[in-house]
Design a protein around this ligand. Structure first.
Ligand code: SAM
Length: 274
């Protein structure tokens, strides 16, 4: 029961769409499992003691999050770590430093992990081996900058990371510097509409209605054969988004799910749409 309860708590925390407080987790889990809140509180403390979860503090409120106070592997090649922790990277590994903060994107959420796994796969499959011109990347809704930083470290020469939230722009700029990528990754609050570049690799971890609304613009901003990674939604939104982007001339090349969350990888103008 003890481990079962810990699993329920852990999943409740990492599957939440927003930051959760210890109190809200206690309440939800106690109600779902039909047990006393104090039992849940003790199990939360165990998980923190075991280094699985950690307490974070923001604007006077405590939150409970998956612990990233240690290096965590999130895909075949990508390891995310806090800047103050040392990590000896193995050959081929890509290490992304993300400072603790308020922006979304410390790697704990399945939507971020799915997008990172998709980037790792498409940028590692020799698709661009013969390419003579530099790859241009775009991260729409960059949060901490994690996807933009990973794209750059996986070989995208120039990356633009946009976010409409000023706190995210500031944190992402800091994380880009921490990773020594200030010359390669530009973080800005410029809107998608205003960008004048065409992109080869685009990643967008955004809510379903936003991804739906942005479909014509995203299509317009992409190079022919460019690859688009969409994350941030569940079924049945996935079906509708697949259809929406197919109508914009994209072909589906990969689909992956993680705890109900779905990630679609699409290619603009892939063979069946030419
Ligand atoms: C779910 S978070 C993703 C963060 C990070 N890219 C990741 O994958 O973990 C979505 C981010 O998109 C930003 N955002 C939402 N709508 C946007 C839009 N239309 N244009 C740019 N950024 C947007 C939010 O401020 C937030 O930082």
């Amino acid at each position: 029961m003890k481990q079962g309860l810990r699993d329920i708590i852990y999943n409740t925390v990492i599957e939440a769409n927003e930051k959760v407080t210890p109190g809200s987790v206690e309440k939800v889990v106690a109600r779902a499992a039909g047990i006393h809140r104090k039992t849940v509180r003790l199990a939360i403390r165990d998980l923190v003691g075991l280094g699985e979860l950690s307490y974070t503090y923001l604007y006077g409120t405590s939150f409970l999050e998956k612990s990233f106070d240690r290096p965590v592997r999130v895909s075949k090649r990508i390891v995310i770590k806090p800047p103050h922790k040392a990590y000896q990277a193995q050959p081929g590994e890509v290490v992304v430093d993300i400072a603790a903060g308020a922006a979304f994107g410390n790697g704990a959420h399945p939507t971020t992990c799915l997008a990172l796994r998709a980037l790792d796969s498409i940028l590692g499959d020799n698709r661009y081996a013969e390419r003579k011109v530099p790859l241009n990347g775009l991260d729409v809704g960059t949060g901490t900058g994690v996807l933009a930083i990973a794209s750059a470290k996986l070989g995208v020469q120039k990356v633009i990371a946009i976010d409409l939230d000023s706190c995210s722009v500031s944190e992402a700029t800091h994380n880009v510097s921490l990773n020594g990528l200030a010359d390669q990754v530009t973080v800005t609050n410029t809107s998608l509409q205003e960008l004048a570049t065409y992109f080869t690799v685009v990643v967008a971890n955004l809510a379903y209605p936003t991804l739906r609304r942005l479909s014509p613009l995203l299509s317009e901003k992409m190079e022919q054969d460019g690859v688009l990674v969409l994350s941030g939604f569940k079924e049945p939104a996935s079906k509708d988004l697949g259809k929406t982007y197919t109508e914009q001339g994209f072909g589906l090349i990969r689909e992956e799910t993680d705890r109900e969350w779905v990630c679609l990888v699409l290619q603009r103008g892939s063979p069946e749409h030419r």
